[in-house]
Each structure stands twice: as C-alpha cells, then as structure tokens.
Design a protein around this ligand. Sequence first.
Ligand SMILES: [Zn+2]
Length: 398
Amino acid sequence: MTLLIALAVLADAPAHAAECDLRSVRPPAETPDAIAAVVSSPEDDAPVRLAVGSLVLARADEVCGAEALVRVVSGNYWYNVGDAPVAMGGDRLCVDPRWLQPVREPWLLAMRPPPDTAPDERVPVGSLLTAPAESPVDCETASLRVGEAEIAVEALAFARPADEGQLLAARRVQEAWTHHFGPLGLEAVPYTDWGFVGLPMVRFSGRDEIRATWAAEDLVTEAQREKAVTSEGPRREDGAPYYLHFLGADPRFADLWARPGTLVVLIALIHGWSDHCVTVLGRSPEVCTVQVGDLAWYNGRRPDPLGHSDHFEGRCVDFRLFRSDGSRYEAYWNQPDDRPGRPDAYDAELTRAFLAFALANAPVLRVYFNDPTVHRDLAGVEPSPGHDDHLHMCFAGE
Ligand SMILES: [Zn+2]
C-alpha cells in the first residue's frame, strides 16, 4: 500500500524539476542608466518592463530562444517609465540574459506595496532580511531560504535588494525625516541603484482617491487632471499636510528622487517653513502647505526624461506657487486660474515669504521664478523661461 502511494506521487511529479538561478536585474554595461528592460511574456506579445532592482528565478528554455525564461520573485514597481506595465511577482517572461546578474546585495528590504494593491500574506513592511541563499533552486519552488527562515516566494513580492550604500542613503533621509516629523519606517524611503533616494511620502492615493480629488478640485480636462495631487507627506498636529506631491505629465514615482543630502535640506526647509508660516506670519496651516513637483529622475541620465536642463544632478526641486485659497492646484503669477469659476488665487506675498525664508535658512544654490515684484524685493531669484507657475530651487550639499 505504501509503495503504491509512493508510485502514484512519483507518476505525478515532473521527470526532473528544472533548476533556476536566482538573479538580480541590473542594466547591461552598454546602457548603465537604463532603468528597465523591455521584455515579453512567452504567452503574450504585450511588452512589459522588467525593472532594475527586481529579483528573478532564471533558466535557459527553448520557449525563449536565446533569452532566459524568468519567474519574477519581486518586482520593483518604483521604476516606472509609463510606457508598459512593470513586471511584478509571479510574472513569467523572456529576458535578455545580459540584464541578469548574480545577487550581490546582502539584504532584502520589504517595501510598501504600491497603491491599489490588495492586502496579502507578505513579509511585514520595513523588515530587513538577509538576501536569499545560493542558487540553483527548483524553478517552481514555493519558498526561498532567507537567512534562517524559509519564506514563501509570494511573500517577497515587494522586497527590494539593498546594498550597504543604499541602506546608508535611505537611513540618512529616514533619520532627518524622523527628527522633524516623527517616526518613519524604512519601507517608506525608496532608493535607486544610482545613489538617489525618494522623498518619503506617507500615503500614495489610490485610483478612487485621485478621482475624488478631480471632483473636489474641479479638474475636468486631461491636462488639468494630471496636475492633481497624488500623494501626501506628514501632517501637522492641526491636520494640515506639511507637503504634498503632484505628478504633472510624468509617470508615477518617476520624479521623486534626489541626492540624500538634498532631501535632508528639503525636509528641514519644509518643517521650518511650516512653523514660520503659521507662527510668525500668522497664516492658516492649509495655505502654508508646500506643493512639491519634480525632483529628479531615478538617476543622472541626460537629457533628463522629465524635461529639465538641471534636475539631473539630484539637487533641484520644483515648488508650486502659494495660493491664498487652500486649493491644491497650480497658480501662475501672470495668468488666471484655468478652472471656470475659480478665483485667481496666486498669493504673491506668501510665495515671496517662502523664497525669503529658503534663501535665509537653506543652502540655496539658485532659484528661478519670473514674477518681477519678487526680483525687486529679493536678491538671489533669477528669471528663466517657463518659470511662471513654479519655483525652481537647487541646493548645495552632498
Ligand atoms: Zn525645475
């Protein structure tokens, strides 16, 4: 009887399980600043982006010709170019093997899942795990050996390989943020493979929240809707956000990056400004909120895909002009609001006060903004084409 059961199990099992190597996705030497490979699934021709910083199980298989067949363990959703979906855990793809390299990062950091992702059984966010043990492993394995533990492959879906330098950079920003705003887990401090760190956001809006913002702010056209605020930073005790972020025409997550030193300066500036604005200037906390736009692309690639001449260094930040009505939308110094029935709420005095505060309290390298009344009152602000609806500010430091 026992023998019969054993034979039945054997008959169901494949002849021999295929073996896979665990690989980190990295750009080939010829394109060191590429953030994702364009790949396809063996069953489906639609292109997919396999992002640098993903973790995969790879093997040679004729279904992919000269390319490797990979099973994605963890996808790096932060690296979004916007032209194709980013490959995520469980996807099976054919990949140019030049993108696949041995895992040299010693750690895996469990990041937050992207917005609109259903809760699931995953490693707790913020956990720092030892990177999985040596290859090869069974391609269909249900779990991987991670340090002392055996962890389900699905539970690692948003774990991101991390090396010492990346962890140091992320911790530096985490520390500055915690100093000013309170505790923050490392899962909220994304990092790139080129030394940049993401401005920490407390919450990214899901699809329904973004729709609610469109309705609340009367954003009707495509051009207006892409200007909606899509994520928020910490809140003050009175409930007003210290800072918010809007995307403009950029793919989600593509414009949040900067040198760690720039973020340390920016975090201190925003915190200091908020106190100054409310306490010294006596303005309402809602109008003191800083609306942040573009920082840098994921790396110093030139020309910068976000369309700037000098954001590539990771030192520059775009801020919306301040408004007197608390609306989370753009303002121009020289144009009315483009939403019917909405007041022209550009607050020249508050915008000037923010610039003066930044010039006096942060290591500002240069500022571009075109309102001539600002140039009259403030040394250090220069006019530059295109700077009618935002302040472009760059900072010194590492
Ligand atoms: Zn700029």
